[in-house]
Ligand binder design. Structure first.
Ligand code: CAA
Length: 248
């Protein structure tokens, strides 16, 4: 890197987010993470990681709320400088069959997983375009491509993520800014280990040809590549990382 670039990872203390954050910081990025305002363990997390030499700025942000995103990004930019790489990683599940799903659980997932793409990208993309360099990396899911039992909300939001990626990628392609989606499969994080064991063992693992859950570091490695100068010709892509579970 010619200069220390600034990366902002939403949900950067969570399962996948923590691995992404650590990989980026170790690679020399100046790192900011957002955590959800309800996270009471954030100060502890920061203190523990700082003791291990991990340099991070943590800001509270409700990614489903536009004003909260504006405030969080303003704080990051004031303290670290303009955001060069945005990783839209924060996401939630509210799994239930469509029959049982109510509007609250539909909207919670749409707002956090899809509206967040607009709310966060809007804060940084104009600056990237003006500076002639930027990376937006949106974390979708295998279930946005193939659908999943119990996830009408999540699959719809994650499919929407890639539509957003493609349209924005077109608009900024000539300005040195790339926009990509990654679609992880089942990765060994809390989100996946929360699935009932019987469902995981009988319905999900048998569908993964590699025969195991993915590792968060494997996803982080892909993000590190997409953030690099070498990835300048990759834009509007949806890169699957799912152990062969769904091949397009
Ligand atoms: N495929 C087919 N059938 C399934 C199924 C599946 N994956 N999961 C459940 N079923 C069936 C059960 O076998 C049962 O069938 P019978 O009635 O014939 O016995 C029926 O569905 C149960 O229906 P209920 O509405 O009563 O189910 P429930 O309330 O107990 O739970 C569920 C349903 C919430 C969908 C639960 O099965 C579940 O959590 N499944 C996992 C969903 C999933 O894969 N989530 C991914 C989370 S990880 C993630 O999202 C990260 C990522 O990006 C990959």
């Amino acid at each position: 890197m010619s200069k220390q670039r600034v990366v902002l990872v939403t949900g950067g203390m969570g399962g996948l987010g923590e691995s992404i954050s650590k990989k980026m910081e170790q690679a020399g990025y100046r790192l900011a993470v957002t955590y959800s305002p309800g996270n009471t363990k954030h100060a502890e997390w920061v203190a523990e990681n700082k003791r291990e030499g991990f340099d991070v700025l943590a800001v509270a942000c409700d990614v489903s709320d536009y004003d909260s995103c504006a405030k969080a990004v303003a704080e990051v930019q004031a303290k670290l400088g303009p955001v060069d790489v945005l990783v839209n990683n924060a996401g939630i599940t509210r799994d239930m069959t469509f029959k049982k799903m109510d509007k609250v659980n539909w909207s919670a997932v749409m707002n956090t997983n899809l509206d967040s793409m607009f709310n966060m990208s809007k804060q940084v993309v104009d600056g990237m375009v003006e500076r002639g360099w930027g990376r937006v990396i949106n974390v979708s899911s295998v279930n946005g491509s193939k659908g999943a039992f119990g996830q009408t909300n999540y699959s719809a939001a994650k499919a929407g993520v890639h539509g957003f990626t493609k349209a924005l990628a077109l608009e900024v392609a000539k300005k040195g800014v790339t926009v990509n989606t990654i679609s992880p499969g089942y990765i060994g994080t809390k989100m996946v280990t929360a699935i009932p064991k019987e469902v995981l063992d009988t319905k999900i693992l048998p569908q993964i040809p590699v025969g195991r859950l993915g590792k968060p570091e494997e996803v982080a490695g892909l993000i590190l590549y997409l953030a690099s100068d070498e990835a300048a010709f990759v834009t509007g892509a949806n890169i699957a990382i799912n152990g062969g579970q769904h091949m397009q």
